[in-house]
Ligand binder design. Structure first.
Ligand code: MG
Ligand code: MG
Length: 280
């Protein structure tokens, strides 16, 4: 069986810049559409319009049986929520996962948004804390990718960041175990898997040409999840909130570039003293 190398050529990395930017733009549009009273279908439509306007196609729609540009997961839903008639309410925590395929190359990224609610500042603060911890654990993983020798160290960095920054209310964050990050390129989902936690397996070598979707999925309670009756949506068993952040990231000879960040990852990587460089 032909097996494609997990390491891409410089020309292939360059081809992944534009689908990354389009994916980022689709999430900008989704975020702008999130407000109390909007449906999750409205948010999906905003992302979809952006992907189409940029001459790309939705790679989520290429997944067998899936018919939307995004997955939108609200409150106790962590990932794979299906956009539809659900109306967003003040205080909802909303994870949006989007992607685009452009000239045969893919981007994949997710962000968590919180619908403002002036009435429930304490709940908002708890949800902001979950989202920030998840996002920063993703950046810890991306920063690790810039310097480590094996993929397993990326997952360890994500877990260590979450353990070192526990919820201020006490307890621990939950890290989903059954769902992981992945390689990305000609297909949205490629080898290798990128775990969000420490494993005994060191994993593949981290070297120029590697492109990974790094995507911690974190809960404010237990990491146990169930699949809803729609056969897609992944929700926490204990009803605790979930958050999902994801970037597609390219490592190349001159450094690292966060393909799905509008600034290439400059702001997110600054705390680690890393300056991203686009693949040349
Ligand atoms: Mg994704
Ligand atoms: Mg992904």
């Amino acid at each position: 069986m032909f097996r494609r190398s997990i390491y891409k050529t410089p020309a292939q990395l360059r081809a992944m810049i534009e689908p990354g930017f389009i994916t980022a733009a689709s999430l900008d549009a989704a975020g702008a559409a999130i407000r109390a009273g909007a449906t999750t279908a409205d948010v999906d439509a905003a992302a979809s319009a952006t992907v189409v306007a940029r001459g790309a196609e939705s790679n989520f729609k290429l997944v067998r049986g899936y018919h939307h540009t995004t997955c939108i997961s609200v409150n106790e839903q962590v990932v794979h929520g299906i956009p539809g008639s659900r109306v967003l309410e003040p205080g909802d925590i909303v994870s949006v996962d989007s992607g685009a395929q452009f000239r045969g190359w893919n981007g994949d990224s997710a962000r968590t948004f919180i619908v403002p609610d002036p009435e429930r500042t304490e709940m908002i603060a708890r949800r902001e804390e979950l989202s920030r911890a998840t996002e920063r654990s993703m950046w810890a993983g991306i920063a690790a990718m810039a310097s480590v020798s094996h993929i397993g160290e990326i997952g360890a960095a994500i877990q260590e960041h979450l353990e070192a920054n526990p919820p201020s209310a006490g307890g621990d964050w939950g890290i989903l175990r059954e769902y992981v990050g992945h390689g990305i390129g000609r297909k949205m989902h490629e080898a290798p898997s990128v775990f969000n936690y420490r494993t005994p397996d060191p994993g593949a070598e981290v070297k120029p040409g590697l492109v990974l979707a790094i995507e911690p999925m974190v809960t404010a309670g237990s990491e146990q999840t169930l699949i809803e009756e729609d056969d897609w949506t992944i929700s926490t068993v204990d009803g605790s909130d979930g958050s999902h952040w994801e970037h597609s990231v390219a490592l190349h000879a001159d450094g690292i570039w966060v393909l799905t960040a509008p600034d290439g990852g400059a702001a997110g990587l600054a705390p680690w003293g890393i300056t991203p460089t686009p693949p040349a």
